[in-house]
Design a protein around this ligand. Structure first.
Ligand code: T4K
Length: 383
């Protein structure tokens, strides 16, 4: 029987840069007394991110949810938006706050992203956009989604909260669709403690989002639209610059961790790794498996509980499905009968601990524990 970890292993640990660089930046900010409103740190981070992500237009904001909310607002949509139920609450809440009605589309069982084969049947006269989520950093079927959008004259928005740095078919993920939102929350691969960004493909839209995050102000004396305050402050931007410097090393470490997990989980029946790397450079933001109860001998929920006994803290992202939120219960598309794959998957998916600090020996041990839980479950059943 494997031994319990002495200290808890969390699902995530933020990427934290060496303290001196951040302190120096805070000192600069304090000396200049410029704390927010598009200061020097903000501008430097925006430029750094455009370089890193290889994109031309990007607007920084104070969290990923605001990035989505204001990004959607900038497109002047109305009516219905087709989206996925298998996502974090922020995705559909950004629609709610824009007075748009989500229409839930079932998901693909392999990628866990919106099922492109089912989108067209949900389009009505009221549809104005498709909102896809690159779940766990794996790209949606961006090319087929664009074809559908072109045919029906719809906008395409991507929630890329998990897809920072994902490259698909040789192109940065944010070059697909009309816009892509990124989250820079502490738990994300790249963080500014709290933060986010909207990446777009033209300068006019970038300008509009810049205005929307600053009360809709065009200049000091003109307010052109109803905006909000969603600015990223200088301290967070400064820390972001320091995090960006070490992101490449973190990705290399996470690649090794991912390979180690894959190697040691490969032969455990009923465990399937979600992330694949076909035509894609992965974001390395999450490491996720699916537990097939029949083959593994135990449900995902029980595995989650058992792992806790060994001091391993996993997560059931994204449980519950957004379609199960109380305020969507009158929607036809939210009915479970219309979302069979999402309802099955939400009971199978488990996010395992994944961060660069995690030692390879610890990964091997987590895999051994999972294997032991499987073997024991089979034994218990046969007794
Ligand atoms: N769209 C999608 C698809 C998203 O996944 C998210 C957010 C959004 C939109 C919205 O973006 P933001 O507005 O958040 O920028 C976390 C995050 O808060 C959330 O950002 C993220 N997705 C979601 C998937 O996960 P929780 O409630 O699971 O976080 P929490 O506090 O349980 O943290 C997880 C683990 O991380 C902890 O066990 C320990 C570690 N941790 C966490 C924090 C906050 C630390 O070590 N230090 C920390 O400071 O939501």
């Amino acid at each position: 029987m494997p031994e319990k970890f002495e200290n808890p292993i969390p699902v995530n640990k933020p990427l934290i840069p060496e303290i001196n660089g951040s302190l120096k930046r805070i000192e600069e900010i304090f000396n200049t007394k410029w704390l927010t409103n598009n200061g020097e740190q903000h501008q430097e981070l925006e430029t750094g991110l455009k370089d890193y992500l290889n994109i031309d237009y990007l607007s920084l904001v104070n969290n990923g949810t605001m990035a989505l909310l204001l990004g959607i607002k900038s497109l002047d949509l109305n009516g219905e938006v087709i989206t996925t139920p298998f996502t974090f609450p922020a995705t559909t809440q950004a629609l709610d706050w824009n007075n748009l009605q989500p229409v839930f589309c079932d998901i693909d069982p392999i990628t866990l992203n919106i099922d492109v084969n089912k989108i067209e049947s949900l389009i009505t006269e009221e549809t104005s956009a498709i909102l896809g989520v690159h779940v766990f950093g794996n790209p949606c079927d961006v090319e087929r989604i664009q074809k559908i959008a072109d045919k029906y004259n719809l906008k395409v928005i991507y929630d890329g909260a998990h897809a920072f740095g994902t490259i698909y078919n040789g192109k940065p993920i944010s070059t697909y669709g009309d816009m892509t939102m990124f989250s820079f929350h502490a738990t994300k691969l790249f963080n500014t403690i709290e933060g986010g960004a909207v990446a777009v493909n033209d300068s006019l839209l970038e300008k509009k989002i810049d205005q929307l995050k600053n009360f809709g102000m065009i200049n000091k004396e003109e307010v052109g639209m109803s905006g909000l305050n969603a600015k990223l402050n200088e301290v967070q931007a400064g820390i972001g610059i320091e995090v960006l410097k070490i992101i490449q090393y973190e990705r290399i470490k996470r690649k090794k961790i991912k390979e180690t997990y894959e190697k040691y989980l490969k032969n455990i029946p009923g465990v399937r790794v979600i992330t694949t790397l076909e035509n894609e450079e992965n974001s390395y933001q999450y490491f996720v498996v699916k537990i097939n109860e029949l083959e593994f001998g135990m449900s995902r929920d029980l595995v989650y509980e058992k792992l806790k006994e060994y001091n391993v803290y996993t997560r059931k992202y994204f449980n519950p499905l957004c379609s199960d939120f109380p305020w969507y219960q009158n929607l036809d598309s939210a009915k479970s009968i219309n979302l069979p794959t999402a309802h099955r998957i939400v009971n199978e998916v488990l996010t395992l601990p994944f961060y660069g600090e995690l030692e390879l020996e610890a990964i091997k041990k987590i895999c051994k524990i999972i294997e032991y839980i499987h073997k024991n479950a089979k034994k218990e059943k046969s007794n």
